[in-house]
Structure formats: structure tokens, C-alpha cells
Design a binder for this molecule. Sequence first.
Ligand SMILES: *[C@@H]1O[C@H](CO)[C@@H](O)[C@H](O)[C@H]1NC(C)=O
Ligand SMILES: *[C@@H]1O[C@H](CO)[C@@H](O)[C@H](O)[C@H]1NC(C)=O
Ligand SMILES: *[C@@H]1O[C@H](CO)[C@@H](O)[C@H](O)[C@H]1NC(C)=O
Length: 493
Amino acid sequence: MGGYIPESGTGTVVRAARAGAGRYPPLASLVVSTIAAFSAVIVIAVLHSAYDEAVSRTRTLLGHNLEPTPWHPFPHDKGRPPPRAALRCAPLLSCLPPLSHPHPSPPNASRSRRTKQCPAYFAAIHRDLAPWRRHGHGGITRELLDSARSRASMRVTITGNGRRLHVDLYYACVQSRALFTVWSLLQLMRRYPGRVPDVDLMFDCMDRPAINRTTGGPNPPLPPPLFRYCTTKDHLDIPFPDWSFWGWPETHINPWAKEFRAIKQGSRRVKWGDRVPLAFWKGNPDVASPLRLALLACNDTNLWHAQIMRQNWEEEAKSGYRHSALSTQCAHRYKVYAEGFAWSVSLKYILACGSMALVIDPRYEDFFSRGLEAKVNHWPVRADVGMCESIRDAVEWGNAHPEEAELVGRRGQRLMQELGMDAVYDYMLHLLTEYAKLLDFVPSPPDTAQEACVGSVLCLADEGQRRFLEMSKAEPATGEPCSLPPPPAAADG
Ligand SMILES: *[C@@H]1O[C@H](CO)[C@@H](O)[C@H](O)[C@H]1NC(C)=O
Ligand SMILES: *[C@@H]1O[C@H](CO)[C@@H](O)[C@H](O)[C@H]1NC(C)=O
Ligand SMILES: *[C@@H]1O[C@H](CO)[C@@H](O)[C@H](O)[C@H]1NC(C)=O
């Protein structure tokens, strides 16, 4: 019965980020020990300059010596670049092109005729990008892109026919989000060699959307284009798959492909009739989420048919995360999804169980949550007054209609089955392809950017991170990407 809801919010994240920074030895002591190891002065000089350069170029990806983002301050230790990593990785940081590129698989005519339609929620790509689509040409100028900089944690350029990636980091991301998001783009480039368009984009890795949708005037100025992990109806941030699809080392959550397989297997162990006929939630209520605090009041199995449990991260860490294995969390017929500080990465793990998901009125949207259909693949629960009653009613309905409830659970699981990494990469490819069409300039990396490639990211990562990165490596696609539904005719303008 052990289980938990992983957190997208801040609380635990801040502590972990600080603890992580302490691992790196002070710069001076490392330089001294490095120097002591070499007698020849010339060797020292060469090493030293390689070292300096490496430190300045690695500063950002690991996010240790940057100012906190001004709009989401979080404490972290300044002035602690990761010198060991920098020194070790110096030879890899130049990202020399591999001797042989994987060749793009030639479009196979017999195959492409059979290309699959993308899932329906891919259509949201057109909606997300609509503000910049102007009368058939792109509305994103260099100046407009620059205007997003003050809210971005990094700028990413892809050039050379989808073969080179540069990152210019402005602010530290919590934990390893920046590392994993850059990794996700590099894997997209591996999966579709030569197919990823040249792009120049601003990315923010913090939780909450920042670009307000304005309703002013007949000719409102174009909003700054900014990618992040989620958006809302009132925002124009462009949602992009979050890091957890490639793994979340800080919480021991495996890459999605592996995690889904395990959860699905776990879900087969408990048949519907044997599942506890209650609504279950386990997570961290202390993430500045009024919703989760309100949920605590529904913790009454008799009155509300709900079991609300607190996740104790420190205990979990001590026990080696044994009790938080997601694959053992499919023992209830109903599983509650409650947003945290913003969207929560837990949605996919909850749906993967095949229990009927009770989704409390979500305000945030990530790229696939637009595929949620009320009473088809989940059950909606009210967030405002009457939340506990709403949970109780859902459970009573489900227990009175077990076959239908089971079907809703199955459809939720199927939605996740279809959200394989194939779909995630296809979404990224289509999103970037459509975005690239809106740029009215030729992308090129700024002087301050550093190149990132698979070798340099793997080298910069610590051992724990590297395990997750290796597990989530992509292979070149053997087929065509799914085909994107066309924009709805009336959506232009
Ligand atoms: C195209 O795909 C078909 C079926 O998968 C295969 O038999 C054929 O050899 C492929 N052709 C090329 C040129 O790759
Ligand atoms: C967006 O709206 C929020 C709340 O209304 C406000 O606090 C914030 O300053 C606005 N952001 C911008 C960039 O205008
Ligand atoms: C909910 O109730 C159960 C049983 O009374 C209790 O063990 C648990 O700690 C409660 N949850 C919270 C978050 O207080």
C-alpha cells in the first residue's frame, strides 16, 4: 500500500539542490591537489587554462554558480562550480562531431503511406503557437525572442540541420532539470537525425507559467515566445515535455518507458474486484498548494471514502525509496490527482495504474493533459467547495457501476500506453518544426553559448544522473513520425 505522489513543486527540491551543491570541493583545494600531482610547470599551465575554460563552460548546465531566477527565488550556494567534472570533461566539451553520423533513415514510401495519425492532443500545438502565426509568415523576430530572455533560464539553438545544439544559460534550474531537458533535445536529434529543424528558443525550467494572455486592443503586441513544462488557459507559455520522461534521479523515478512498464505490470497484479474500493492519494501537501491542503480535510474513509496520506521524503530516502515504488501503487480502485505548486508529473503515473483517476479540477496543462476527457479516461472532481463530497460521489458512482468505472480506468491507462517515448519525441519534433516555421531569422548560437552533445552531458552528470541518462538514450527511429492533424480552419488570426 506504500505509495506517493511525486512532486513537481518546490519544497523538497530546494533542500535537495542545496545538499547537492555541497558535494563539490572548493575550487582552491582542487587546484592545489591537481597541481601537486604534476611536476612539470608546462603541464600545469596547459591544464590550468583547459581547466579555467572548462569551468566557465560547464558553469551553467549543472546550475551551481548562477544567480537564482529573480521571479522564483530559491536559495542555493554561489560560487561553487563543479571543478572535478569540469576537469574530467574538458576534452569532451568541444563536442567534436562523431566520425560518422548516423544516417537519416530514407523515407520509406510503403511505410509513410501507413503513417499513423498522432494522438488528438497533438492538435494543441497549433493552438499553442497561434499567437505568432501571422498571415502565413512567422511573427517571431530576433527582438521578440530577446524579449523573452528576462523570463528564461536558458536559450537553446539547434543548427546544422539538427546536428548541433548550443545552450546559453541565464539562471540555474533546480535539481537536474536543465541537464535532463538539454538531454531530451539531444536524444530527439539522435532519434531523428537530420530531421530536427534549426531553431532558436527561450526555455524556462521553473514551475509556473509567466506569459499572461492579454485581452487588450484590436492589435495587441506579440507576446514573448517562451517554452516551459506547462501552461494554463490564461497563459501563452508553450508546453514542452518535462524532464521526468527521461528520469528524475532526485526522487528515484525511472525514465518513463521503464516506469510505465513496471506500473502496468504492477497494475495486473491486483484485479479490479480486489482493489480497495476507496479513493487514494499519497503525496506532499507542503508545496504551497491550497488544493492539497484542502484535500487533507477529505481524509475519512467512512464519510468521504478517501484515504489521504502524507509522503515523508526523508523517511523514504532512508529506506532507499522502497515504499515509494510507483509499481506498487495500484491497489485502489480510485486514485486522486491533485496539482501541486503547478502541474504535477504524477498525472502519468496515476493514469498508468488503470484505476479510475479522480482528477481535481486542473488549472495547469502539460502537453499531454490536453488528452484528458471527462468521464471517458478520468473522473472530474470539483476543486472549489464540495471537494470531499465530489470525491465521495465519484467513489459511490464507481462502486455502483464497477464495470464502467473499470473501463474509465482502462482508458486512462491506454492514454498512457499511447504516450510512449515514440509519441513524446514525435510531439517534440512537430512542436519544434511548427515553431521553426514562425521564426523570421536564421538561427545561430550567441557567442556566449556553449555547445552540448551526448558525450559532454554524460561526462558532466554525476554517477546517479548518468545512470538515468544512459537508460533514456534514444535510438534512431525506424519509421516516420506520426502525422500531425492540420490546424483547425478557424483557428488562424
Ligand atoms: C520499406 O519497408 C518495407 C516494409 O517494412 C521493407 O520491406 C522494405 O525493404 C523497405 N524499403 C526500403 C527502401 O527501406
Ligand atoms: C501576470 O499576471 C499576474 C497576476 O495577475 C501578475 O502578478 C504578473 O505580474 C503578470 N505578469 C506580467 C509579465 O505581466
Ligand atoms: C489520514 O487518516 C489515516 C487514518 O486515520 C491516518 O493514518 C493518516 O495519517 C491520515 N493522513 C494524514 C495526511 O493526516
